[in-house]
Design a protein around this ligand. Structure first.
Ligand SMILES: [Zn+2]
Length: 332
């Protein structure tokens, strides 16, 4: 295949997973509270902790983080009035950070640290008449928030507080003729949003509504000659799309439709061999977001050094089983 301008060039030599470096990278992340990066990422601190906790658990090194202080932090981020959880103390609550907080607590098996009744009320309050969800009180609608809503409510066992049927109708109204999904009706297909919608349908047991063949074709076309996956046509490959695309393909039973070997080679080329961590692309600076999604994708590809990851929740599979949750996957 020809090398195109919207791809990267990587070597074919076999690459090692720098396991211990990644453990140190995540465990030391945010240790220096005066660190420039730490201060700049206050607005997504809660998600940052979720990425770290999940990554370390997949590597069987969860003990490297201070559980007690993380739980204390989450408690302080729950708004006592709305029930929503913020990225950081003193910020406004949002559906995205509420999901991250719930995921962390479920991994630590201590959901009772927060008021989950209030969380359920918060999520239900954001559902609109057409079935869609606002991300927060400011009223942005996006299929990402539909995913957040069902993920949060199923993790806390309160799916009963929302109108599932209407929510499904809204998500299906965002399905395009290419089989993919966008952020709202008539918005172009995008791998990240496809993951959210497929994950949503997996949790609500509605996968039969998908045009799986068409969708899988669109997802497979995301693989570039380098082996990496992009999120939309004409875009550069990026490690986080390894997760969004691969998890979606796994849920619809078509992981084998792409070249695992080439994708693995691409993901491993995005590791920083000195500091640990994964970058979005070969040679760039690593960050904790791409580190989790690199590890998650390698787990989906069957890397034996990592615990199996659940494709719908992006959490360790044993945690999902401990919750007695059975998000649907299609088995061909
Ligand atoms: Zn990315």
């Amino acid at each position: 295949m020809a090398f195109t301008s919207n791809d990267v060039r990587i070597s074919d030599d076999s690459k090692e997973l720098h396991f211990n470096k990644h453990v140190d990278y995540i465990a030391n992340h945010g240790n220096d509270k005066n660190d420039y990066e730490y201060c700049m990422t206050e607005f997504l601190r809660m998600s940052g902790i979720y990425w770290g906790v999940t990554g370390l658990d997949l590597m069987n090194e969860l003990g490297r983080l201070d559980k007690a202080s993380i739980i204390e932090f989450i408690k302080k981020c729950q708004c006592p009035v709305t029930g929503g959880i913020a990225a950081c103390e003193g910020h406004d609550p949002h559906m995205l950070y509420t999901l991250s907080a719930v995921q962390i607590l479920v991994i630590y098996d201590c959901l009772d640290a927060i008021d989950t009744e209030l969380v359920a009320k918060y999520v239900a309050s954001l559902q609109q008449l057409d079935g869609s969800f606002f991300g927060d009180k400011w009223g942005e609608v996006d299929t990402r928030f539909s995913f957040c809503a069902v993920a949060i409510l199923s993790l806390i066992g309160r799916m009963d507080v929302m109108d599932v049927e209407k929510a499904v109708t809204f998500v299906m109204s965002c399905c395009n003729s290419d089989g993919g999904f966008g952020s709202k009706p008539n918005a172009e297909s995008h791998a990240g949003l496809i993951y959210c919608c497929v994950g949503f349908l997996s949790i609500t047991d509605q996968l039969h509504r998908l045009d799986c063949e068409r969708l899988a074709w669109w997802l497979c076309e995301r693989q570039l000659p380098s082996g990496g996956l992009n999120g939309r046509p004409e875009k550069l490959p990026d490690v986080c799309y390894s997760w969004w695309v691969l998890a979606s393909l796994t849920i619809i039973g078509r992981l084998h439709w792409i070249s695992s070997e080439k994708l693995e080679n691409f993901i491993l080329s995005c590791q920083d061999a000195e500091t640990g961590g994964f970058a979005d692309r070969t040679g760039n600076m690593p960050d904790i977001f791409h580190t989790l999604f690199g590890l998650g994708a390698l787990s989906l590809l069957g890397d034996k050094r990592l615990k199996p990851v659940n494709p719908t929740f992006c959490m360790p599979q044993y945690v999902i089983e401990r919750c007695n949750l059975k998000p649907k996957v299609i088995v061909l």
